[in-house]
Design a protein around this ligand. Structure first.
Ligand SMILES: NC(=O)c1ccc[n+]([C@@H]2O[C@H](COP(=O)([O-])OP(=O)(O)OC[C@H]3O[C@@H](n4cnc5c(N)ncnc54)[C@H](OP(=O)(O)O)[C@@H]3O)[C@@H](O)[C@H]2O)c1
Length: 235
């Protein structure tokens, strides 16, 4: 079945060949951002600089408008609903406790879309729902809050300062662990990690996201090589 929201062009190219597409073709993939804070706001900048059409959002659009203008490169500002509708891919980067509301309020716009989920549960901040997610793993629990999406766990383990300062560094790249059940969504996430200036490290299906959830040795900013060693991954 053809997932809604992704451009026909991307589908015709096929996920496997997506990584080999020239940047100009890749750049046609639109990215909506729900939660334009330290993580979402920085990724908005990095992807806009890489040539992607980006729409940042905040609940108060007036707050995000000047930030989108400052980024330039055609970055737009919108409401969360507009960003969800705009993106072929939607980054969700909000406090963990907001996930159920976002999954409900924007279910129609998010349906069938590739969603990159950075949201981490913290007991002190998010209470009982964090306890459940930490026990079962975010890769298992978060999709229950965002049903009908093609969810990829991504950018949850790199700290905001490194995201802002270490993109595209000449030295060994910082690794970004990814977990997804949807192979085509995973390929898209890999491309977006590379174009943001980092190195994707595919850990496995959604169940494996637990290995880089908060509290685990892999839940720290490190190079891709270090990450593979800690997670005992071959490539
Ligand atoms: N900071 C880090 O180093 C880091 C690293 C990796 C992952 N994470 C995780 O990624 C997520 C975002 O972290 P962050 O540090 O970027 O947080 P942040 O700076 O506090 O930004 C969160 C954003 O979410 C928006 N937001 C809050 N509630 C919302 C709702 N109900 N609907 C729509 N937007 C909402 C806020 O915008 P408005 O309130 O203006 O609408 C704010 O811009 C968290 O789950 C965090 O645990 C953080």
């Amino acid at each position: 079945m053809i997932p809604s929201g992704l451009s026909r062009r991307i589908l015709l190219c096929g996920a496997a060949s997506l990584l080999t597409l020239p940047a100009a073709a890749q750049a046609k993939m639109k990215i909506g951002i729900i939660g334009s804070g330290r993580i979402g706001g920085t990724l908005a900048r990095l992807w806009a600089e890489a040539g992607y059409p980006v729409m940042m959002s905040a609940r108060d659009i007036e707050e995000v408008r000047p930030r989108a203008a400052k980024i330039g490169h055609g970055a737009q500002a919108g409401t969360p609903a507009q960003a969800a509708a705009f993106g072929d891919v939607v980054l969700i980067s909000v406090p963990f406790g907001a996930l159920p509301q976002i999954g409900k309020d924007y279910a129609r716009e998010l349906k069938g879309k590739v969603v990159l989920d950075t949201c981490n549960p913290y007991l002190g901040r998010d209470g009982e729902m964090a306890k459940d997610a930490l026990e079962r793993g975010t890769g298992i629990v978060n999709p229950t809050y965002l049903p009908g999406t093609r969810l990829v766990r991504a950018f949850n383990q790199i700290n905001a300062a490194a995201l802002a300062s270490d993109a595209h560094r000449a030295d060994e790249k910082i690794g970004v662990p990814l977990a997804a059940d949807d192979k085509a969504a995973l390929e898209i996430a890999k491309r977006l990690v590379i174009d943001a200036g980092f190195e994707p490290v595919v850990v496995g299906g959604l169940a494996t996201a637990k290995s880089f959830d908060p509290g685990n040795p892999a839940y720290h900013t490190m190079t891709a090589r270090e990450l593979r060693a800690i997670l005992k991954l071959k490539s």
